[in-house]
Write a protein of this length. Structure first.
Length: 284
């Protein structure tokens, strides 16, 4: 494995974040804020590798995901930040020092509010609603075993909210690094975001980019991951990359499974097909 890319350094603890991984918001040496997940998080150490690999792949596919970095957290900062703790049982323990995963916060926390829920009336008018079926293709490819997570922001000069896709830690089935596909896995909670899906074109260009991706592109990202994030098990990492590459051509079948599920996420797709069939059968 090659050396990890140049990392940033944590300089200030801001606050603990919500969520099962018990991440923390830190200010870094580049003066940006990062949601940081630690090696001793309550879920699995591999979620750091998952977050890094999956988010970088998502960004390379053109999906709106945060910039991710490797952040060095010093023992001094841990010892001098009383809130930098993780609840692993009855007694909180200190967050691990060393190399951790950092996802740049989607907005300046001192300037803009970030929402993890929007009512339907606002949700259906998102500036980038078309990205939800695209990220569905990504989640089916990467075997996201969680529901699709998103947050919503609106810059002062913008009229509509915009979705940013976060929390890729459960891609590759959490810490298992396998693919247990199920029709409803990886989907967003509300069907409203899929209201405009009427054909395969709704998943483009992401779907075609996944199908055409080069294995070397995946490895280019994977080689940046600190080996301690997967306990130096290079065999497991190789197996993951090879499996991920092989399943790129199965994404259409996985989307079809979701489409045909009892959830009926794309009702307009069926109605549009029926309309076109009737139009072709009607004499001119």
């Amino acid at each position: 494995m090659t050396e990890p890319t140049k990392c940033i350094h944590a300089v200030q603890h801001i606050r603990k974040m919500r969520g099962g991984s018990q991440s923390h918001l830190l200010r870094a040496s580049d003066n940006h804020f990062y949601v940081t997940k630690f090696q001793n998080n309550p879920q699995a150490i591999r979620i750091l590798a998952n977050e890094y690999l999956a988010t970088k792949l998502g960004r390379s596919l053109g999906l709106p995901m945060p910039e991710v970095r490797i952040i060095e957290v010093s023992e001094w900062l841990v010892q001098n930040s009383p809130g930098l703790r993780i609840d692993l049982g009855t007694v909180p323990v200190a967050c691990a020092s060393g190399l951790q995963f950092a996802s740049r916060y989607v907005a300046d926390p001192l300037e803009l509010a970030v929402f993890d829920y929007l009512p339907e009336s606002i949700l259906i008018n998102l500036a980038n609603l078309e990205d939800f079926p695209r990220v569905l293709a990504f989640d089916k490819w990467t075997g996201n075993s969680d529901g699709r997570q998103a947050v919503f922001i609106k810059q002062r000069h913008e009229r509509s909210y915009r979705a940013v896709f976060i929390d890729q830690g459960f891609c590759f089935n959490d810490g298992e690094w396998n693919f247990l596909d199920s029709p409803l896995r990886g989907a967003y909670t509300h069907n409203h975001v899929y209201q405009n899906v009427i054909e395969w074109e709704s998943f483009e260009p992401t779907l075609s980019r996944i199908e055409q991706i080069d294995q070397a592109e995946i490895w280019h990202i994977a080689r940046e991951i600190p080996p301690e994030w997967y306990r130096h098990n290079s065999t497991a990492l190789t197996r993951l990359i090879e499996s991920l590459y092989e399943r790129r051509l199965a994404v259409r079948d996985l989307i079809t499974g979701f489409r045909n599920s009892t959830r009926n996420p794309f009702p307009r797709w069926a109605s549009e097909q029926a309309h076109h069939a009737i139009s072709k059968a009607t004499p001119k």
